[in-house]
Design a protein around this ligand. Structure first.
Ligand SMILES: Nc1ncnc2c1ncn2[C@@H]1O[C@H](COP(=O)(O)OP(=O)(O)OP(=O)(O)O)[C@@H](O)[C@H]1O
Ligand SMILES: Nc1ccn([C@H]2C[C@H](O)[C@@H](COP(=O)(O)O)O2)c(=O)n1
Length: 330
């Protein structure tokens, strides 16, 4: 017999008896199911609750599930800025067989262990809104993966341009896509095993990517790949249709924007820093043209998901935006 410890946590909507009991039940059921436990293997259960949950103890959830297991409830240590309305649990089990333990974090409590909780954050918005800057920083702070879906459309565009493919020749576009490999590694993007991180930012790719991104077959293939990437790990994924199409069930959806003048100014300054010679008027026209094409395409256009949080970052620093998103996660 081996003794195993399983950790878990769940957030509770309101400080109401029913919500507390239901959340505790959901947490225990998920721990049992995802660890393939026979309830007779459970030795004891220790719950802790944050101070703001005082309408009921979570312990009755165990009895209402029909289990006769020793249970204890404690108050969690109060720590500044920590997750509110949260039930944490420690479950001890004894088993003859070897078990690979899965700790379970549900709802907003995923923020307690983003590394293991399949947390999905979707960030959408128009061109130059700061999506990649914010998504990268957020992913780094949460220690989870950052996926730039725009880079995937750019990589496909680069390949089609290199092969001089007519974008309206759908059969050839699909054939090429089906034999294309796109991978992210250490912040770099690889197209058929070649590092194309810089090449996909060229003016030619930028001018053509919206056209390629409006081809339904291209979107279908890339959306499926994006879902596969997010399937078994925590991600911050950014693009144009993440909240509306790719990750409809995301834990948090952000629609990030700024005025078109501010977006153009920031992009213009960025290009100047990189030594690119371009007029401000051209940058603003490019941004407007890309927005128009992304917003008006027939298939999966850029739009805010109904359940997304709107953030206008016109007067916010990157740090302010990231901190605001972390607060929304709690
Ligand atoms: N809140 C902010 N304050 C100041 N500068 C910002 C802010 N957010 C982003 N930037 C700057 O604006 C520029 C555009 O940001 P970024 O490339 O992240 O936008 P994006 O939405 O990913 O753009 P695209 O859709 O074209 O890929 C960058 O130079 C970035 O450093
Ligand atoms: N999920 C996505 C991501 C990107 N696109 C399109 C829209 C852009 O014009 C282009 C490049 O994106 P960027 O690198 O500028 O973020 O790709 C999309 O349609 N859907």
């Amino acid at each position: 017999m081996t003794l195993y410890s399983i950790r878990g946590a769940i957030s509770v909507e309101d400080n109401k008896k029913e919500d507390i009991i239901n959340a505790a039940k959901m947490l225990i059921n998920e721990i049992i199911n995802s660890n393939n436990i026979d309830p007779s293997q459970i030795v004891d259960i220790l719950f802790s609750v944050t101070k703001d949950l005082d309408d009921a103890y979570p312990a009755p959830a165990i009895r209402s599930l029909g289990y006769d297991i020793p249970v204890m409830c404690l108050q969690e240590a109060e720590v500044k800025h920590s997750l509110r309305r949260c039930i944490r649990v420690l479950v001890h089990i004894q088993a003859d067989e070897h078990k690979k333990i899965k700790h379970v974090y549900l709802k907003k409590a995923k923020i307690l262990r983003p590394d293991i909780s399949n947390l999905k954050i979707a960030i959408d918005g128009p061109a130059g809104a700061g999506k990649s800057t914010v998504a990268k920083e957020l992913a780094q702070r949460l220690n989870i993966e950052y996926i730039d879906t725009g880079a995937m459309y750019r990589a496909v565009t680069l390949k089609l341009l290199d092969k001089h493919v007519d974008f309206s020749d759908t059969d050839t576009v699909v054939d090429i896509l089906n034999s294309t490999e796109i991978q992210f590694e250490n912040g770099r993007i690889y197209l058929d095993n070649k590092d194309v991180t810089e090449d996909i930012r060229s003016a030619l790719v930028t001018a053509n990517v919206s056209k390629v991104a409006s081809i339904p077959e291209v979107r279908r293939i890339l959306v499926s790949l994006q879902r596969k990437i997010a399937d078994c790990k925590s991600v911050v994924m950014e693009g144009r249709d993440i909240g509306t199409t790719v990750l409809k069930d995301a834990d948090l959806k952000i629609f990030l924007t700024s005025s078109v003048e501010i977006r153009a100014k920031r992009r213009y300054e960025e290009l100047k820093r990189k030594g690119v010679k371009i007029e401000f008027s051209e940058v603003i026209e490019q941004i407007k043209a890309r927005d128009l094409q992304d917003e008006t395409r027939e298939y999966s256009p850029l739009k805010m998901a109904d359940d997304a949080h709107l953030i206008d970052a016109s007067n916010m620093s990157v740090d302010e935006v990231v901190c605001h998103i972390i607060e929304l996660l709690k």
